[in-house]
Design a protein. Structure first.
Length: 238
């Protein structure tokens, strides 16, 4: 049985927060998928040399980093450590977009990959510029909006910090830090963070499918068996 979180919109999640059982079901399913993908990538152990500077090696390393971070996010959220998880969303997005940039520029502009191997930082604007050239302004603007939204966590914007506070007091308008008692953490907070993990996982899967480091058709069989009724084979890059 699949968790309803895989198919619900964020607005729906905000209006109808998940109960603990639904959240646990999603997290267990997500870990099954991520663990299976990790096993698929294991075939590249001892495959690359330390001096090798190939596209495949870069994609493998970036994907492993994404996999580890996503699994850490789920583990932290199970412990209701949502504040740490929020700071990792942009990290996941940056890695996926970097892998996409290297893959899509593999013939037209491999210079960014070469700079990456020289320990140069490839800023996210490089990816947005690539999107603008390849898919137009709307795609680039959408990526910018998402990136700016995710940047609010590591930059400690007020709206994100308020996720760790609830209202109480005699007038019901006094803020209380939810970490004071774990029981104070509202279900809608954990549900929204869980939804964002789901969104990150699906975005990552679109990149996995595109670059072809593993047999996507074989992995799709596992996906659809684990979460019946959700057709992952139609995942495409946004």
């Amino acid at each position: 049985m699949k968790s309803k979180l895989w198919i619900q919109s964020l607005d729906d999640v905000k209006k109808n927060p998940y109960d603990c059982q639904s959240q646990e079901l999603f997290m267990n399913e997500a870990l099954l998928l991520l663990d299976e993908l990790f096993i698929k990538y294991d075939k590249y152990q001892r495959h690359f040399s330390v001096d090798e500077r190939t596209l495949k090696k870069a994609l493998w390393m970036l994907h492993l980093d994404i996999l580890d971070t996503l699994r850490d996010c789920i583990d932290l959220l199970k412990k209701k450590k949502h504040r740490i998880v929020g700071k990792l969303f942009r990290d996941i997005q940056e890695n996926i977009d970097l892998a996409t940039l290297f893959w899509e520029q593999r013939r037209s502009n491999p210079a960014n990959l070469a700079k990456w191997y020289e320990n140069k930082v490839i800023p996210h604007r490089k990816f947005r510029q690539h999107l603008k050239n390849a898919k137009g302004n709307s795609a680039a603007n959408y990526s910018r909006v998402i990136y700016e939204e995710l940047s609010q966590w590591p930059h400690h914007c007020y709206v994100k910090l308020t996720n760790s506070y609830v209202l109480g007091g005699d007038d019901g308008n006094r803020i209380i830090y939810d970490g004071h008692w774990e029981i104070l953490i509202p279900p809608q907070t954990i549900s929204q963070y869980t939804w964002l993990i789901k969104d990150s996982i699906l975005y990552f899967f679109s990149n996995v499918k595109s670059v072809g480091l593993i047999d996507w058709n074989e992995f799709t069989i596992f996906l659809n068996r684990t979460i019946q009724g959700l057709v992952f084979s139609k995942i495409n890059n946004p």
